[in-house]
Design a protein around this ligand. Structure first.
Ligand code: AHG
Ligand code: MN
Ligand code: MN
Length: 336
């Protein structure tokens, strides 16, 4: 029988690869893994208990209805980071402002900043479709003891020291990178551990899947419209027509495309000129993972990881996936 390697064992094994290697980042990743298991337990119970529906008239700063599980997941991750002691500042998609944790005693020497989308694809919970969590980790720029400032929590994506996602799907997986490749772990519910199941993940250079909300077609930029038509054309040489797959949970769409090859697009539209997805909570971490797996991530005009962030809740257009497919989309954009 093959022996299992747990997430905890893997993190310790890889700790020597980290530039600072004092175990702090390892502990931070472990804390995130523990919160993920708690959220997973609640997501799995979603149909059984009275956890569905909205919390009163609670809406997040984008005016979107927050589901109960959004709130639950947000609380779980923030409290895991707060009591873990390795995170000095957490920015959550569900919170208007970032939260400083350095006053809370245990975190006073903490060196890491975490940006998190605690529950991605939350509109899919009530229909039993996969949802996820996305996280991004930076090292603070200021010294311990100094006041935290924008330079700490508005760093470009290239400065990420780790990023990952959890997909609560037909099985639950945690996929992460620390800049040395991408590894995937599947939760074994019988022992309650994430176990290494997908070592050194690589996205195929080209695939057959395009993922975009085509309902917005009339509002898309010309280049994107022409790319969609290209996907639908018949051409045996390039294996077209491609297959359209769109779940509406970025994590799930990205995860499938990472395994099978494909391109995920959320462009700017006439009504959302910056697109919909958030740079700090969604696009940067996913871009880091996909690049580490050999893929590519662009806004259409710029590499996502090179964007200098202006604010925590910033939105950007996203074209992410198999390198050759992303390049093809960029060709259509420049030709239009
Ligand atoms: P969230 O649930 O965190 O707000 O994220 C939803 C995001 C993303 O997961 C998904 O790809 C996209 O919104 C779907 O948007 P549309 O419904 O506009 O296609
Ligand atoms: Mn999201
Ligand atoms: Mn969310």
């Amino acid at each position: 029988m093959k022996s299992l390697k747990t997430l905890g064992q893997f993190i310790i094994e890889k700790q020597a690869d980290f530039p600072y290697a004092k175990g702090e980042l390892s502990r931070l990743l472990r804390d995130i893994g523990i919160a993920a298991k708690i959220v997973n337990r609640e997501v799995n119970k979603a149909g059984l208990v009275d956890i569905l529906g909205t919390v009163g008239d609670s809406t997040n700063i984008f005016g979107e209805n927050q589901k109960k599980l959004d709130v639950f997941a947000d609380e779980q991750f923030i409290s895991a980071l707060k009591y873990g002691g390795e995170c000095c500042f957490v920015a959550s998609e569900e919170q208007d402002e970032g939260i400083e944790l350095i006053d809370s005693g245990i975190s006073k020497d903490a060196k890491y900043i975490v940006c998190i989308d605690p529950l991605d694809g939350s509109s899919n919970i009530e229909v039993n479709v996969s949802v996820g969590t996305i996280f991004s980790i930076y090292r603070r720029v200021t010294d311990v003891g100094e006041a935290l400032c924008e330079r700490d929590y508005l760093q470009d994506g290239l400065k990420q020291v780790a990023a990952g996602y959890i997909i609560y799907g037909s099985s639950t997986m945690l996929v992460y990178t620390t800049g040395k490749g991408v590894n995937g772990f599947t939760l074994d519910p019988s022992i309650g551990e994430f176990c290494l199941s997908h070592p050194d993940m690589k996205i195929p250079a080209v695939g057959k899947i395009y993922s975009i909300n085509e309902g917005n077609y009339s509002k898309f930029p010309q280049g994107i419209k022409r790319y969609i038509k290209y996907c639908q054309e018949e051409d045996s040489g390039t294996n077209r027509p491609y297959t359209s797959r769109y779940i509406g949970s970025m994590v799930a769409d990205i995860h499938r495309n990472l395994l099978l090859g494909g391109v995920f697009i959320y462009p700017q539209t006439a009504s959302q000129p910056q697109g919909k997805l958030r740079l700090m909570y969604e696009c940067n971490p996913i871009a880091f993972i996909i690049e580490q797996a050999g893929g590519k991530a662009s806004t259409g005009t710029q590499r996502i990881l090179e964007i200098e962030p202006i604010e925590l809740h910033q939105r950007v257009p996203a074209i992410i996936g198999s390198t050759e497919m992303v390049d093809r989309v960029l060709d259509f954009i420049t030709q239009s």
